[in-house]
Write a protein that binds this ligand. Structure first.
Ligand code: SF4
Length: 377
């Protein structure tokens, strides 16, 4: 294909992506050799915890053309997810409320994004055939569905830089976005605008982390991360983290909430990502009192469904243990304990012992943007 055709196609892809609701896309090459040493070192330190799948398919992660033979370029796409008018700090400070990660308040993003990326891939193929450009096209869309190093690819595609909290962020749009990719064998022109890292001397995200999950900048020990503990981790949550988890019962956004660049983040227009069932402002006790069929009904099509009812109650029990002492909470914990699994019973016992403490010196690290912002550059 001629360079002029490839340039026209790249311009078309930009405009189709906007129409499909992606805020930004970029095109990168597939050389990820610089990622190999840090990835292997991170895995060797066991920072992945029980996410053993990260130890598998390492070669495919590092070489996109092993995942989809013939791949020459990766189109990375960004979609904002921050719902409008959700009062994160207020919820984090209300010990009776449940804080759920902002990405999990609405519908699951995987299907929506994958469908849109597949449509984009179709538009590319249609354009080629309409323009009589016979190419044996090989393309595939991914959204967390395969061993893909999405953040390094997004960085190379100019979608942002990797912050000290290890997420991708952008000086015009912050970091509240999902990432997805299309692998393609079309030699599209590369997006030539890698973002300069603008973290500077700021360490706000490292300092605010309730569980000190960052051993150093740009490195996350997932085993200490509340998102890992409440979502990925299947067993008991280690006691050392329970008090500082506060009311964060599904994921944690503290490192994003504190980031100064997120003042530029724009709320999403995607109705699917807007909160459902009042989850942005729910009482811990209300959620804990859901029976299993209510849990299944209210979490249909939601990322919350993934952890299942037992872990849902496990996490909420910790939140209730951290709430102000309340006889309704104690009663609900005692009632649920009667038929609880061993895992849940142990967390309920911990919560009951916390509720019964008269002198409850809280270790909770409540996000205080004003205080933290003094530490920024
Ligand atoms: S909080 Fe500061 S250090 Fe962390 S990602 Fe944002 S700018 Fe970078």
């Amino acid at each position: 294909m001629k360079d002029s055709d490839l340039n026209s196609l790249a311009n078309k892809i930009q405009s189709w992506a906007q129409d499909l609701g992606f805020q930004k896309i970029g095109i990168s090459e597939i050389d990820l050799s610089k990622e190999e040493a840090p990835l292997r070192a991170w895995l060797a330190k066991r920072y992945c915890g029980s996410m053993e799948w990260l130890n598998e398919n390492i070669e495919k992660r590092l070489h996109p053309n092993l995942l989809l033979p013939g791949t020459l370029r990766v189109i990375s796409a960004r979609m904002n997810y921050l719902p409008p008018d959700t009062q994160e700090i207020k919820i984090l400070k209300s010990s009776e409320k449940a804080y759920l990660s902002r990405y999990a308040l609405g519908r699951d993003y995987h299907k929506l994004m994958r469908k849109r990326l597949a449509k984009l891939a179709n538009q590319i193929e249609t354009w080629l055939s309409e323009n009589n450009l016979p190419v044996d096209v090989q393309q595939r869309a991914f959204v967390d569905s395969a061993p893909v190093l999405e953040r390094p690819l997004a960085e190379r595609a100019g979608l942002g830089w990797t912050g000290k909290h290890t997420l991708i962020l952008d000086d015009q749009d912050g970091s509240w976005f999902f990432l997805g990719e299309i692998f393609t064998n079309i030699p599209l022109p590369l997006t030539n605008r890698a973002k300069e890292n603008r973290c500077g001397d700021c360490e706000a995200c490292l300092k605010v982390c309730p569980t000190d999950a960052f051993p150093r900048p740009y490195e996350l020990d997932a085993r200490r991360c509340i998102s890992y503990l409440t979502i990925e981790h299947k067993g008991p949550i280690p006691e050392e983290f329970r008090e500082v988890m506060g009311n964060r019962v599904f994921g944690c956004d503290d490192c994003q909430l504190i980031c100064p660049w997120n003042k530029y983040a724009k709320p999403t227009d995607e109705k699917d990502f807007h909160p459902r069932h009042g989850l942005e402002n729910s009482e811990l006790l209300t959620l804990f009192n859901w029976d299993e069929s209510t849990f299944l009904e209210k979490t249909a099509g939601s990322p919350l469904r993934r952890i299942g009812y037992e872990r849902w109650q496990r996490n909420l029990a910790i939140g209730l243990g951290n709430a102000e002492t309340d006889e309704n909470i104690v009663r609900a914990l005692e009632d649920t304990r009667k038929n609880a699994s061993a895992l849940l019973r142990e967390h309920i016992d911990w919560a009951l012992s916390q509720q019964r403490k008269t002198d409850r010196r809280r270790k909770r690290k409540i996000l205080n943007p004003n205080k933290e912002k003094k530490t920024e550059k």
